[in-house]
Design a protein. Structure first.
Length: 319
């Protein structure tokens, strides 16, 4: 029960406590802008000059944003599932993220994990920093309401709801993009925020019944992916690592309440004991959600974002 409660806790109710400022620290307004939860459920401003290039299609009646390498299908391309955070597939930033992987040779499928029911506030850019006390009070009041709504939303993002969606997309991909799956000798997956949890579940060896076909006894046996990469996961419990058998790369945020050190350590312990190939990099001084495409004023966060992308991309390319 404790794991379930932690897995459905709203980002805002887990926000990091403010630390006493020291020389060189960001001013209070900047620190507030780096509050943990906002970056998981609300888009950063889209970087100037960037726009998405893919399209939303239907695969087995599931909305999927697809981004293809420019030379596909004339040149081999590996198939990548990109599982988003709460902002979903209509987020331009998420779409650009998918395009970045496509530009590196991955036919990228980004399924709608939430049936169009994205996180409260999704699609609204995080406001620029402000020093106005009144404006900050207004923002805090709005965050209280939003936190409650996000708690309710997270409670609905369960394996029972999401895994059947992923299986439908995978089944369709095996028919329509068999060439890409063959080129990569399997399916790759990268997940951000809540999407990260489902990369773990796709990488499990254990069997899972399909809810819609339980009476017929339909069972799918994992793993469903060849390798996985995860950035600042959310809603993960230690048990989610159990039975994972695919190589994993983890981008983690230091002191991240949404992916605590306790959960991370439990995951590392399991992967080590299972002799599972893995890498874990912890990034200090960045907000939860930093690895998703989005504009930041802080050069240190910009650099960390680029480094995290190279970590994820490098892992996928070498596996």
């Amino acid at each position: 029960m404790a794991d379930d409660q932690n897995a459905t806790r709203a980002p805002e109710s887990d926000a990091q406590e403010d630390k006493a400022p020291v020389a060189g620290d960001a001013p209070p307004a900047t620190a507030a802008a780096h509050a943990v939860g906002e970056h998981c459920v609300t888009d950063r401003p889209t970087p100037s000059g960037l726009a998405s290039t893919g399209e939303i299609i239907k695969l087995n009646d599931i909305d999927v944003y697809i981004s293809k390498p420019t030379d596909y299908p004339h040149a081999p391309s590996r198939l990548l599932l990109l599982l988003t955070g709460g902002t979903g597939i209509s987020s331009v930033n998420n779409q650009i993220q998918a395009d970045k992987f496509a530009a590196e040779g991955f036919l990228t499928l980004m399924p709608d994990l939430f049936g169009g029911d994205t996180a409260p506030g999704a699609g609204v850019a995080i406001p620029q920093e402000t020093n106005s006390v009144i404006e900050q009070l207004k923002i805090k009041a709005a965050e209280v309401t939003k936190s409650f709504l996000i708690d309710m939303w997270l409670a609905k993002i369960t394996p029972d709801k999401v895994m059947p969606i992923l299986h439908k997309v995978i089944d369709a991909a095996k028919e329509q993009y068999a060439d890409s799956i063959k080129a990569g000798d399997g399916i790759y997956a990268v997940g951000y925020c809540v999407g990260g949890r489902f990369v773990l579940l796709l990488g499990k060896e254990a069997a899972a019944a399909e809810n819609a076909d339980e009476e017929a006894g339909a069972v799918k046996t994992g793993p469903f992916i060849k390798a996985g990469a995860i950035a600042h996961a959310a809603s993960v419990t230690p048990n989610d690592f159990t039975d994972v058998v695919v190589p994993l790369s983890l981008v983690c945020v230091e002191d991240d309440p949404l992916f605590s050190e306790e959960v991370r350590t439990a995951g590392e312990d399991y992967m080590s004991s299972a002799n599972l190939e893995h890498e874990v990099q912890v990034y200090p001084g960045v907000p939860h959600g930093f690895a998703v495409v989005g504009e930041y004023q802080d050069p240190a966060i910009q650099d960390a974002q680029a480094t995290a992308y190279e970590q994820l991309l490098g892992w996928l390319k070498t596996h």
